[in-house]
Design a protein around this ligand. Structure first.
Ligand SMILES: [Fe+2]
Length: 384
């Protein structure tokens, strides 16, 4: 398991077991930083203790703010900005999964550019070029936010879950040992998020041979190592490859973007913040794989070969591809449906307005093909 570094956009990423030690050189020049974490995982993974040890041995002062929540909201961003402004800090250290890192990305934009995060989400304010330092210690193998320029924030009042491009962390750490304590469900959800990043970045309107190559590699590793990691969660080699898959799929979406899976998932989690992002995607993919395969049989057959080597690059094999995906979900014990989160057939009908706002308008230039609302509605009803 080799350690190495990757540069993407503006971020320098340190990958590998104990890679935090090497990345720590970037922290030593600061005198005071704000550490952002969720409630438990930073402590449980050992990453928070490691960071504190490094800061204390280097004489860097710090404060810990551990109020980050899954699916960060505009209100939480505002709260964090207040804390940052009141403490004379030079930068952020975000220790967590996608939600924690995204929260830090969003807050530093507001710290640097003023206004409210809503204005940036709606594109009414320019993202400031110069922002406080952000050092991200990633604790999950799913979102890719440690290496990409995106963040997702939900506006509580309107239930809009919106992605935007606040920019890259300055330095990121992907150390598999910090993902070994991920609970079983999070292991599944985050890996299937990475799977979705790979598939969407290879089939979007901005897909390229580069994103297809990254996707093929990422999907292969998720399929091979997710079942193994579920059997032996502490085995670092399995976590290493899942984290690698998630990181390169993150580069994939940075270059090839996401589309229908993420767009529709944002409609669902906007109204059900308790629905984990990866779980929402995994549920949707039971239906979406068919459309993706029919749109791009050549790419999709290549990606899904590890699930079913007999898949041919023809549209007619889309049902076979769906079966291969559902069999994989069965194998890893993922059987959730939209009803598990309280969605009803009647409620699906009411999502139409949000669908137009969040999918058709916001993702317009990124959608590779056109799904009619009626198709989406029947798809969602099948998933209830
Ligand atoms: Fe995602």
């Amino acid at each position: 398991m080799r350690s190495f570094q990757v540069y993407n956009g503006g971020v320098k990423l340190f990958f590998g077991v104990n890679s935090l030690e090497e990345a720590a050189a970037y922290l030593r020049k600061y005198s005071r930083v704000l550490i952002i974490t969720g409630r438990t995982s930073a402590k449980l993974s050992g990453a928070l203790d490691d960071i504190i040890r490094i800061l204390e041995s280097s004489g860097v002062e710090y404060e810990v703010w551990s109020k980050a929540l899954p699916n960060p909201t505009d209100e939480l961003v505002a709260e964090l900005v207040e804390v940052y402004r009141s403490g004379v800090f030079e930068g952020f250290i975000a220790i967590g999964g996608g939600s924690v890192i995204d929260l830090a990305k969003a807050a530093r934009v507001v710290v640097a550019g003023g206004g409210s995060v809503r204005e940036y989400l709606y594109g009414a304010r320019e993202i400031p070029r110069t922002q406080p330092f952000l050092f991200a210690v990633n604790l999950t193998h799913g979102t890719g936010t440690e290496i990409d320029r995106y963040a997702v924030v939900t506006i509580t009042e309107t239930k809009e879950k919106l992605g935007f491009s606040p920019g890259y962390p300055d330095v990121s750490v992907d150390d598999p040992k910090y993902t070994a304590s991920l609970p079983r469900r999070q292991t599944i959800y985050t890996s299937l998020d990475a799977f979705a990043h790979a598939v969407e970045s290879a089939t979007s309107a901005k897909a390229s041979p580069y994103t297809e190559m990254l996707a093929e590699e990422a999907v292969k590793h998720v399929i091979e190592y997710l079942p193994r990691a579920l059997e032996k969660p502490k085995e670092l080699e399995y976590r290493y490859w899942l984290l690698y898959a998630s990181m390169i799929a993150g580069i994939g979406i940075d270059h090839g973007v996401t589309h229908y899976g993420h767009a529709i998932e944002h409609v669902l989690t906007g109204s059900r913040p308790e629905l984990a992002h990866g779980a929402g995607l995994a549920i949707l993919y039971r239906e979406l794989i068919k459309f993706f395969y029919e749109y791009s049989p050549v790419v999709m057959s290549r990606l899904l070969k590890p699930l079913d080597p007999s898949l041919k690059p023809i549209r007619e094999d889309s049902a076979k591809a769906v079966k291969a995906y559902i069999d994989f979900l069965d194998k890893i014990g993922f059987r959730e449906t939209l009803s598990d989160y309280g969605f009803t057939v009647g409620e699906v009908r009411e999502l139409k307005a949000l669908y137009f706002k969040l999918v058709e308008k916001r993702y317009e230039s990124l959608l590779p093909f056109k799904l009619q609302w009626e198709q989406v509605e029947s798809m969602l009803k099948n998933l209830v």
